[in-house]
Design a protein around this ligand. Sequence first.
Ligand code: HEM
Length: 403
Amino acid sequence: MTTLDQIDVFDQERYLDGAPYADFAVLRSQAPVFRNPDPQLPEGHWAVTRHRDVVHVAREPQLFSSERKGSQPLEFDEVAIDVQRRMMIHQDPPKHSRVRTLVSRGFTPKVVEQLRPDIERECDLIVDAALEKGELDFVEAVAAELPLVVIAEVMGIPREDRHRIFAWSKAIAGESDDEHGGAELTRQAVVDMSGYATELGTSRRRCPVDDIVTRMVSADDKGNQLTEEEFQAFFILMTVAGNETTRYSIAGGVEAFAQFPGQWARLKAEPGLARSAAEEIVRWVSPTKVFRRTATADVELGGSVIKAGEKVMAHITSANRDETVFADPDVFDIGRNPNPHVGFGGGGPHFCIGKHLAVLEIELMFAALARRVDRIEITGPTPRLRSYQFGGIVGMPARVVPA
Ligand code: HEM
């Protein structure tokens, strides 16, 4: 039996095989708001692990700030945090509300639903290519390809530039993992991507077309408009947030179906389950594993007193396996209903803006696979990102067998 003093859910090594699910279960039952070790803070930080507390932290931005010290799990100096604050994910209301309102126009369920035929077509093209190859790296050939194509379409990025965007977003998201990025690569990628965003924004201002970028760089009916800097920051945030997480969901979904073959048979028999399967995949994989906040006042949560200024890590992975909310949380069930998972955040001002788009992509990809593929055999090891922040399979040798 693990004792509390052996637990460290901030140790990246413990995420190489998935996530420390057993440790999270101990924390949920014995110390739901736990003082976890932190290599940068001698006093440690607070690990919040129950579903209801994760939701509470997400919905109380005045008590749990994204802006004070940013929403990155690592500690940065004030100069660096100030640069991060250009992105809305590191802002609190009311500052956050301005950009959020402007960019939300591009991501309503109605706008996203219009993309369905295009995304369906892209899924078919990707599955065609996969079936032709037969043996492939599933992450590269399928899971990575779809979100890249979709973001490129949504943002009006020319096809020939897609792979530059992929390389930059990989370098930026891989910051906490030296094997898959490293700080220098990250810095260069941010500079290059900002330059790219400026060019794109300028060209849409000059020659408006019917796309999200044009909508974003032009004024709304009240005359509000993103500044050039706000657009750059949003462009980077969206590409990184959208590509990595959706890719990890698709790859993690294939792994889940391999572990639960009965669910694969069920999806093939009942294709209408693809939508709820997409939600269950996000619960199961929890591609964004944790979000960080800083307490603005002394506050009692889950039996612990968090002091003003202390760091709070809200563990999505743990909340998504909370046995008081989900029946059989360690079972992958594509028909799970209700499924109040917090994979896209726990509600509140920062709830994922790309949720509808991500669910549509995952739904349509698994619908296409279930229709056209008999089975996907994983033929070798599936290494993961060494990260407590993003849950990701980075390679998946596989054989795709046609239906
Ligand atoms: C399965 C895929 C995805 C997952 C699991 C995911 C997860 C999340 C989570 C947990 C947050 C909240 C972070 C926090 O509270 O600090 C978030 C925010 C965000 N996501 Fe997603 N996301 C996904 C896909 C996308 C896509 C496709 C896009 C863009 C097209 C996107 C854009 C964003 C943005 C811009 C924010 C910041 C919102 C704000 O600060 O107001 N995400 N996402």
